[in-house]
Design a protein around this ligand. Structure first.
Ligand code: ADP
Ligand code: MG
Length: 481
């Protein structure tokens, strides 16, 4: 059995209950001071804040896992870029599910409408986060392999609030006299890179008076995360006007100009940056889809376009994992081998060969995850729920809108989770590592492609999903060994 590792237990000394209490108070205070915050939405007061859930100490992570996942980011972005610009491939992947998945169908209609009308904006930008979980490669519990959970092309969050988590952990370690080398807790500031990307795209629009529009939720708990990004944008160019709007506000305030300029309350918009709009519930009426269509039609640079949004579908991830498919999008045997080494089994459910895998999933549901084409957490099925639902739809056309994925056996370690609803005792936990990146392109060329930091988040071992903003998992930092 792999040895369960913990910074506190391996490098420090046990905390007495009094000391733990003091540590939680002091480290929470440091988290708030450092901007590791989320908004309390159950209040009328605009910016009442609380600390984001966090781990009391950083978590041990092999340095080679971090360097490998970071090094793969630009190649993954190139693949997604080529997918988003390959109409035939997108159509072949998604056409089977359009009749059974209303939301994807609506996005597809917007994509096709604008494609047929002809695009007015050649430039696209994506801010990505490629999420992985770590598995022990061997029984000795030292070497870990990183396995891809999903590639996010839409509203990739937490790059701000993670940006000073490492300071919080340097503080908690120093309170406990736990020594570490500088390169074991490196700086990590994703929003610096994400901001650089947005500013670069804004410059490409070539109108200094045009604004950068953040589309945000109702209510929006993530304002602190977005402010981090805004601050880094303004540090790069203080003249950029950043505006925030919700879908209902835009429905009232947005118009298209003569040359398809996107105008909000008299201000031209250079960049539409979506932090909202990934879930069916964000589109309660046709007006929201019409709004999305008009924004897609506009001259503004979209972050992301509907094509890149669709390229982030789980169905696309499943097809990319089929033999010979990556080869269509990227050259180089070594890079293809490295990308593929991060894939676990991904299965379509709607062909005549699918019955074998469906039977396996019904017999051993704990080995799989059943996923629809949705984002934002809380949509996947595990265990008995997976079994019951798969049993229900196994003969139905709805099967096309789901994929099945091997469940990653995430490497267990120990830490204290400081979040509402859980005690701060040292417990068995698992982590997810997300790598941030920026990619700017036209249909014919890649203009920028870089990696810009990471998100480590940690949840109880027994939890299925690990949403940060839903409060399931806690911000963490890697303690590199
Ligand atoms: P979403 O788009 O809703 O974020 P994800 O694919 O990221 O969907 O899944 C949500 C969460 O479910 C992940 O953050 C992870 O905690 C868990 N999860 C997803 N796929 C797997 C898997 N194959 N094995 C183990 N856990 C998984
Ligand atoms: Mg996810």
């Amino acid at each position: 059995m792999p040895r369960v590792q913990s910074v506190e237990e391996d490098y420090g000394k046990p905390l007495s209950p009094e000391r733990l209490d003091e540590m939680v108070q002091r480290v929470s205070g440091w988290a708030l001071l450092s901007g590791v915050q989320k908004k309390i939405t159950a209040t009328e007061f605009p910016e009442r804040l609380e600390p984001m859930p966090f781990t009391l100490f950083p978590s041990i992570l092999p340095a080679d896992v971090l360097s490998k996942t970071k090094s793969l980011q630009t190649a993954f972005q190139t693949v997604i870029y080529k997918v988003a610009n390959n109409h035939e491939f997108m159509k072949a992947c998604l056409s089977g599910l359009l009749n059974v998945d209303d939301f994807t169908q609506q996005l597809w209609k917007i994509y096709e409408t604008v494609r047929n009308e002809g695009t007015t904006q050649e430039v696209s930008i994506i801010l990505t986060r490629n999420d992985y979980m770590m598995e022990y490669a061997e029984e000795d519990g030292v070497k870990q392999d990183c396995k891809q959970v999903e590639f996010n092309t839409f509203a990739s969050g937490a790059g701000g609030v993670i940006s000073s988590m490492v300071d919080v952990h340097r503080y908690s370690l120093s309170l406990e006299d736990i020594l570490f080398k500088d390169n074991q807790l490196p700086d990590n500031h994703p929003t610096a890179g994400l901001a650089k990307g947005l500013v670069k795209a804004w410059q490409l629009y070539k109108n200094k008076r045009a604004a950068l529009l953040f589309i945000v939720g109702i209510p929006e708990p993530n304002t602190p995360d977005q402010r981090w990004l805004e601050r880094d944008i303004l540090r790069l160019d203080g003249s950029i006007k950043v505006i925030y709007r919700t879908f209902p506000q835009l429905i009232k305030q947005m118009t298209l100009g003569e040359n398809k300029e996107l105008i909000v309350d008299g201000t031209e918009v250079a960049i539409v940056y979506y932090r909202y709009g990934y879930a069916p519930k964000h589109y309660p009426t046709d007006a929201e889809f019409k709004l999305r269509l008009d924004m897609e039609r506009s001259r503004a640079i979209k972050c992301p376009t509907v094509a890149f949004h669709l390229a982030g579908c789980k169905k696309i991830q499943q097809v990319l994992a089929e033999p010979g498919v990556l080869e269509k999008f990227i050259d180089g045997t070594d890079v293809i081998k490295d990308l593929r080494s991060t894939f676990v089994g991904l299965y379509k459910l709607d062909t005549k060969d699918s019955s074998k895998i469906i039977t396996q999933a019904l017999q051993t549901p704990e080995r799989f995850v059943l996923k629809p084409q949705r984002e934002g957490g809380g949509n996947n099925l595990f265990g008995d729920e997976l079994k019951d639902y798969l049993e229900k739809i196994k003969e139905s056309p709805e099967l096309s809108s789901w994929i099945l994925m091997d469940r990653i056996r995430a490497a267990k370690h120990r830490n204290r989770l400081i979040r509402v609803g859980l005690g701060p005792e040292c417990r068995d936990v698992v982590s997810e590592l997300g790598i941030f990146g920026v990619h700017i392109s036209t249909p014919t060329s890649e203009l920028e492609n870089f990696e810009c930091g990471y998100l480590l988040r940690t949840k109880p071992e027994e939890a299925n999903e690990g949403g940060l903003f839903s409060g399931h998992s806690c911000l963490d930092s890697p303690f590199l060994v």
